[in-house]
Design a protein around this ligand. Structure first.
Ligand SMILES: *Cc1c(COP(=O)(O)O)cnc(C)c1O
Length: 314
């Protein structure tokens, strides 16, 4: 369904990380996806799966930025209106990028849940189709196309390291990879503070977590107390969840740029951060998914010119 709407991103070996970890490590360059993140896969799949009459009334979503950007692009390609609702925590560069794609932007409240209330209202009052960033079967299936590409490119993969927020990316990749290769391990990586999925997995059910600022801003936001798909999928399919500090995330952004010549945002760099910190146990043949590149470039310049933090292993 989404072939021709998204690019098939490269899987490339990384010599520096392979030497460092002592196992073959590959990077899935999904930050090179159109709109700067993997979110286009799920957004395009969900939009194209709507029946045409419903689609014509437009789509509405809450987003920390990248899903909104992807959906705005997919909607503009399909010629349907899009309204994207966001909290004040979303960086200005992301807001501007969404406006530039022709979508209407509404800034509401200070959390993803505040933004969601506006989405519910628009969908109830105007009949717009509400497409959530992760908790939707068609969105998860779209993200799963990354898993299919990984299996084609490296069928004997052993560990896939995936940035984790609401869990659509991890669930989609895990469903695809584990159905072909049940022994493959899926490791979710998220930031130390404000990680709702991690807290929810520990609690055994979706819980609320206070949102805090992080370099990995795309990993912020709750999993939704009424979560229907992604929480149980992640719970059942993930082999481990590891947490990385802000310093580690900054180091990983710098490493990606200086050693691999890749511009990645904080959320996109957490897999590298986890591997460099020695947090992935017995990794074997490993794939690290670089999930996005939508970082403010002034911020990026500051981070990559900073001094690396102590190279201590956790
Ligand atoms: C959304 C996003 C994630 C997390 O994806 P989930 O499906 O919410 O787990 C990771 N990285 C980037 C760059 C993102 O935009």
């Amino acid at each position: 369904m989404i072939a021709g709407h998204v690019v098939r991103t490269p899987l490339v070996p990384t010599i520096t990380l392979s030497n460092d970890a002592g196992v073959p490590v590959h990077l899935k360059l999904e930050h090179q996806q159109v709109t700067g993140s993997f979110k286009l896969r799920g957004a395009a799949n969900a939009l194209l799966s709507l029946d045409p009459e419903r689609r014509a009334r437009g789509v509405v979503a809450a987003s920390t930025g990248n899903f909104g950007r992807a959906l705005a692009f997919a909607a503009s390609q399909a010629g349907v209106p899009a309204v994207i609702c966001m909290s004040k925590l979303v960086p200005g560069n992301k807001v501007e990028a969404i406006r530039a794609l022709g979508a209407e932007v509404r800034i509401v409240g200070t959390s993803q849940d505040d933004a969601q209330e506006e989405v519910d209202r628009l969908s109830a009052e105007h009949g717009m189709a509400m497409l959530p960033p992760f908790d939707h079967a068609d969105v998860i299936a779209g993200q799963g196309t990354i898993g299919l590409e990984l299996l084609e490119d490296l069928p004997d993969l052993e560990t896939v390291v995936v940035p984790l927020s609401g869990g659509g990316l991890l669930a989609g990749i895990a469903l695809a990879v584990k159905s072909a290769n049940p022994r493959a391990r899926l490791i979710g990586v998220t930031m130390e503070r404000g990680a709702a999925m991690h807290a929810s997995l520990r609690a055994g059910m979706p819980v609320l977590v206070e949102e805090v600022e992080s370099l990995a801003d795309s990993l912020g936001g709750g999993v939704g107390l009424a979560n229907r798909h992604s929480f149980t999928l992640v719970r059942d399919l993930v082999d481990d969840v590891v947490l990385v500090s802000e310093t580690r995330i900054a180091d990983a952004i710098r490493f990606a740029y200086r050693q691999e010549q890749q511009v990645v945002e904080g959320a996109g760099a957490v897999g590298i951060a986890a591997l460099m910190a020695g947090l992935i146990e017995r990794p074997g043949r490993t794939i690290i998914v670089l999930s996005g590149r939508n970082i403010d470039m002034n911020r990026h310049a500051e981070i990559v010119s900073g001094q690396p933090a102590e190279a201590t292993r956790a």
